[in-house]
Design a protein around this ligand. Sequence first.
Ligand code: 4GW
Ligand code: MN
Length: 355
Amino acid sequence: MCTDNWGRSDRNRCWYFIIFAALLFILSFSWHSLKNSQWPPRGMFTCKSVSHSTSDTSYLDQLKEVKLQRMLYEKPETLKPPRTDVLTMTPWLAPIVWNGTYNIDILNEQFHRRGVRIGLTVFAIKKYTVFVKTFLESAEKFFMVGHKVNYYVFTDRASDISNITLNDGRHLVVLDVPSYKRWQEVSMRRMEMIRNFSRERFIYEVDYLVCVDVDMRFSDDVGVEILSNVFGTLHPGFYGASRQSFTYERRTQSEAYIAADEGDFYYAGGYFGGTVEEVYKLTNHCHEAMMADKEKNIEAVWHDESYINKYFLYHKPTKILSPEYLWDNNFGVPAMLKRRRFVAVPKNHAQIRNR
Ligand code: 4GW
Ligand code: MN
């Protein structure tokens, strides 16, 4: 091409042209493949025979193994389910946690090996600070014993929260927050505050959040069996109820509206949780829905509980806690209830509540 019988300058020009064209080709080729690239490249995980140079590192190489030790326990019986009196699995294959359905030793081993940290959030606004001591003392006895726990107490009366002695690996964090005049708003604003603190703090300090009412006491074990990506709890007043009798928000104008022919369960407002990421999504969604309703001058019939029920209808929980985890002795003690792990502390409504 760049023949000898050309002049020297002609030859140089010819070589420049060839180099320029080659560069152009390389550039356009790499631009095209960048534009269409995906990560991981198609086939990377499906075709095992693809060979990579040994210096290639994949995030797969950094995966930590959670290996259990030899353990002795009774074998699970495929033909003898441990519970036949209650539903133990949702139609979307989320476990419903009842006594007898899990082996806590296996679960503890798994969660210890992951070094899981758990945050327990609770609100004590105005006179509800009176519940904090019993709540924390009972949690020290029964909540996630042996695991790393941070108690996050949101309050407008920090000086009312007395310091109690905590076991190793457990910390009390008192968070100063505003109070609201209307009690409905005190309850509902929990969503906004959990959302904000998840972003600013919880995401750096814990792996899972458990968000509960404070007017309660732990009276039996509540352990890592409750943990999952996002979980809700069956309301003790509605676990056996029909769809029609669920007290969902029924006004179509509300963001919390649920039609009469929809709904799986009636979830309690006072007990939900999951990974910090999932709790962030849940609380953010509920808070935004409440704000949208506020603009429309409407407030759902059961406040935050109505919005949680709407959320869980379309974002199915990955685990559900049975009413063992949220009981009120006013409902008696039905046969299916083998344990009462977390029960309502009776309150003198006239004294405690400021309407
Ligand atoms: C009526 O006067 C009130 S005051 C209803 C709730 C109030 C309230 C609630 C309060 O003054 N301060 C407070 O911190 N809370 C928080 O919201 C507290 O964590 C409580 O457990 C949660 C939900 O309220 P609740 O326990 O009274 O609701 P129920 O009766 O449905 O368990
Ligand atoms: Mn309560």
